[in-house]
Each structure stands twice: as structure tokens, then as C-alpha cells.
Design a protein around this ligand. Sequence first.
Ligand SMILES: *Cc1c(COP(=O)(O)O)cnc(C)c1O
Length: 399
Amino acid sequence: MTDKPKTAADGGPHPRTKAIHHGTRRSQYGEMAEALFLTQGFVYDSAEQAEARFVQSGPDEFIYARYGNPTSRMFEDRMAALEGTEDAFATASGMAAVNGALFSMCSPDDHVVAARAMFGSCLYILDLLMKFGVEVTLVDGTDADQWRKAIRPGTRAVFFESVSNPGLEVIDLQAVSDLAHAAGALVIVDNVFATPVFSRAVELGADVVIYSATKHIDGGGRALAGVICGSRDYIRKTVEPYLKHTGGAISPFHSWIMLNGLTTMDLRVRAQAEAALSIAQALQHHPELSRVIYPGLPDHPQHDLAMAQMGSGGTMLALEVKGDKEAAFRALDRLRIISISNNLGDARSIVTHPATTTHQRLTDDVKAQLGITPGLMRLSVGLEDTQDLIADLRQALEG
Ligand SMILES: *Cc1c(COP(=O)(O)O)cnc(C)c1O
């Protein structure tokens, strides 16, 4: 794994500068903004050139958009530079990235250890791996002992969300990475809630970092995309062959949208996180709420870890309404500014009822285990005026 620092400690540009400039490839026209190469294929000067390119294509040689495309390559290079990995592969969605990262490297009889608190579709991928003969052990991701017991010599990979969706449990990246590396396992992190802005995942031991770019990277709720960041070897020899032949490629148009999203990501995410903290503090003792879960609040069980690992509580919080599903629905239906939807990281604030939507597929037992109660609402804080958001939540709760 590369140890390329994310910060400017080496005198290189800061992440915010990289997010705007890194990896730009200009055509002969010298265009200012990144060009959108909306083309599925590329023309060869000769049959010999086509043959040579299929044997070994150079960094500026492309074959077919399912394999790679100049606009997508700019997005991949920029994400790798931001995350501090050698390379990256962009995908059609965050789930194509999770699928690609895990399925490309696993064989029957491999052993994978994963945290139980996870996005519903990520759990679905783990079920699929089991169906194809991979042994999967699920653990409580916040319990170091459970990781220690589950990881064994020969374990192929560990997989977890660094901050879980929707329960906002924070996993100790360094501790789990140390255990995994001692056993020879690859550390694969779904880092969506941490965002690239607050990520120190590689520095703390992650080998592979996955984002659903649909979320904070786009930031405008426009397009689906995902990205897998990792070593050159893993990306080009393991992930790329799998994804280029199974069809999880990103659209060049979506890469272009994501490049645009990256230019404002740092400003957006920091403002959203600041607003999330203000909202958490304002509603912390609200009489209609039994819990306000936000890693940036000192009463969060992993508050110190969150601060050390991300330097922020992030842009997401969870509010538990006192009472049942009906009480939660009444509050949701009264919201005027905040939309009921299921995206996150958008400039528009969004509230989700995980038990009946994103995590509906889980059994009641698993929901209870993960804290996905009937009263739980997940809030993705947007860029509206913070006081307006607090007022909207108050009026909805107080009805
Ligand atoms: C949204 C999300 C995904 C899936 O991303 P898509 O772009 O919707 O496919 C995976 N993991 C987490 C934690 C997410 O929030």
C-alpha cells in the first residue's frame, strides 16, 4: 500500500487544491473545464495499433468505455490522489464498487469478517458471497474482542463501514487494520459517512477505500457513481478485470458530474458537518426525542474515536422519536423544508425512516440489534440555513 500523505506535509498541494486540479487531462484545445468524452469507443490509426492496444494500453490509450474513458480516468486519478492511494477504479454506483471490491478478490472457501451494522445492500453482497461458498463472520464492529476472535490466519478480507448507516457507530480503523494485517487480511472500508474530506482511512491502515460518489462527491443528488481506491496492483490486476468484463463501468457523463462535484466538496461537507453539530446540540434534550445520535456530541459512545479518526462528527445524524412508527411518521410528514427521501450528502436536507425503507429488508431481530427502532429517523444535513432546519425539525416534533 502506498503511504502517500493526504496533506501538504510533503510540500505537495492540500486536498482542496487536488480536488480541483489533480489529474486534469487537457485535449489539444486546452479547455479550462474537464472535457466530457461522451464516447463508448476510440478509433485506431491502424489494425496494428488496435492489436497493440489490446495487448497493453498506455496511460492515455483507451479501448472501450467499459474498460476506461478519459473523463472517467480524470475522476479516478483525482480520487486516488485525494484518498492517498496509488490508483482507483470508478463504477456505475456505490454498490457496483462494493460488489467489485469484494467479488473480484474472493474465491470459495475464503473467509471474510465484516461488521454487522451495515447498509442493507452491503449485507446483501455478503449474503451473495456466502451463496458462492465464501465464509462470512459478522461481528459487532465496535467490539475489538469480537474482531480479534473472528479474524484468523488466512482470513482474506475484513469489510466495514467506518461510520455505520444509519446507527452512526464508529469503527476503530487502526485497531481493526492492525488485527487484519497481522492475519494477512486486506482491509476494505466503505467510507461513505466519513466522506473523503474527513477520511484518514489509508493513514490508519485501510488498504481499499470505497465511496458511493452518489452521496457527498456529487453533492447535488444528480447521478449514481462509485469508486474503489487502492494499490495499483489490486485495482488494475484484481478489480479492473472483474469490472470491465462484468459491466459495472461508470458512465463518462457521470464521471464528469463527479469531477464537478469534487470542486466544491470540501466547502460543502465542512459546512454540512458544522450544521449537523448545531442541529444535534439544539435538539439533544428535546422532550419528543429519546435519542440524538451524532458522533460529534460528547455523549456518543465513540465520540473520542470519531474526533481522532475524522476530526468531525460528519454530516449525518440520527434522531429517535419517542413512541412508535406512527409517531415518527407524524413528525416526518410535518417537515416543510427537509424532504423525505433516501439519498444523503445532498445540498438539500433529507430525512429517511430506515426501518421501513433503506433497511426494510432486515428481520426485526437484526433491526433491533442494529438499533434501527420504529422511532429512528436518519437526517442528512444539507446546505440550507441551519436555523431554518432547526425550526423545521422543532415544528415537526412539536406539531
Ligand atoms: C448509499 C450507500 C451505498 C450504495 O451506494 P449507491 O451509489 O447508492 O449504489 C453503499 N454504502 C453506503 C454506506 C451508502 O450510504
